[in-house]
Design a protein around this ligand. Structure first.
Ligand SMILES: [Zn+2]
Length: 347
């Protein structure tokens, strides 16, 4: 059967491939997966990464999870697809270079469509539909380092529940308008909550961000009772809406002066752009108080290149604490920076 088998023995781990299409050279396009069955069958947690082929943190995090979790201590089943878009992954690119279609705009896919549309179809019908809930791991694009945060997407006035993104235990939760065909939007329509979890930057595998991803996923599993332990939550979780991009005013080399996750004041220097030929410098400053959610890590910029992604607290909201389980509260770095810097937080 060309789909993941979840009816396996207690404690069993199985791997396999789901065939989606055939290429011009006769080679199959597949989605590789692992299933880990715990002492109970349900819930089924879908963990997937690399819908965009160059987004690698989720791949590293899943490997660690399978090494660390004892299936005889797992309540439920993990269905993991570490590399959904294998063609884009092999090309080290966001999208398959022949198809040039963004897989995360194509769900629920087309059975007889292009290769990427077929991958969407098989993934949606054979993985997503088997899940109780899921975590879809992403990263910033190449050169865009993002602070770990889930993205809650609204579409057609939907109101996705916040319990699932909150269960990851990040300080910032990003709420914005989604686009048709995105995995979490289409899955929500059929009643399966999937959290889009953004971490770090494409094409990299730094230990810190792998750990942040691992922490988020294990928090989620602890919160929903899949593994023992108390999830670690920040004292305050902040919901923020819409981001702004700060563009470079001149070309040259960008030297960041803040990190992703830093709370900054209006006029604070975000970074310096220096010209390669003259002794010219340009100071990139924040136009308002807010938080840097992403920063450019590749130094070469042109006028108009985005050097930072920024959110204000104008439409911010401190979320009520999660109720389902006891949690360990950790101090909130973001909120203490808000207070230390005297940034106004309008609720
Ligand atoms: Zn992505």
């Amino acid at each position: 059967m060309n789909e993941p088998q979840l009816n396996i023995e207690k404690g069993e781990v199985r791997k396999g491939l789901v065939k989606c299409a055939e290429l011009e050279d006769g080679n199959p396009v597949t989605i590789p997966y692992f299933v880990m069955r715990g002492v109970k069958k349900k819930p089924v947690l879908l963990l997937n990464a690399a819908l965009h082929g160059d987004e690698t943190y989720g791949i590293g995090g899943k490997k660690r999870l399978f090494e660390k979790i004892d299936p005889m201590k797992l309540n439920g089943t993990i269905l993991a697809a570490p590399i959904v878009n294998t063609l884009a992954f092999k090309a080290r690119d966001r999208m398959d270079p022949v198809d040039k279609k963004d897989l995360n705009r194509l769900f629920p896919g087309k059975k007889d469509g292009t290769v990427t549309e077929r991958i969407a179809y098989h993934f949606f019908n054979k993985f997503v539909k088997k899940a109780t809930f899921g975590i879809d791991l992403h990263t910033g694009m190449k050169g865009h380092l993002l602070v770990p945060h889930p993205r809650v997407r609204v579409f057609d006035n939907s109101s996705p529940p916040l319990e699932y993104p909150q269960a990851l235990g990040t300080e910032i939760i990003f709420y914005h308008e989604g686009k048709k065909g995105m995995l979490n939007i289409q899955a929500e329509k059929i009643g399966i909550p999937i959290v889009c979890f953004e971490i770090g930057e494409a094409g990299r595998l730094d230990e810190y961000y792998i750990n942040e991803g691992f922490k988020g996923v294990t928090n989620f599993m602890k919160y929903f009772g899949m593994i023992d332990g108390t999830p670690e939550m920040p004292e305050k979780q902040i919901l923020l809406k819409d981001y702004m991009e700060i563009p470079a005013k001149m070309g040259g080399f960008f030297h960041p002066k803040v990190n992703a996750g830093d709370v900054i004041k209006k006029n604070q220097v975000v970074g310096i752009i220096s010209s390669p030929f003259y002794n010219e410098r340009y100071y990139v400053k924040a136009l308002e108080d807010g938080v840097i959610i992403g920063i450019r890590t590749q130094p070469i910029v042109r006028p108009g290149t985005t050097v930072a992604w920024f959110m204000t607290f104008d439409q911010g909201k401190i979320l009520p604490s999660l109720k389902r389980r006891k949690v360990v509260e950790k101090s909130s770095r973001t909120f203490s920076m808000v207070q230390k810097k005297g940034v106004e937080f309008k609720q």
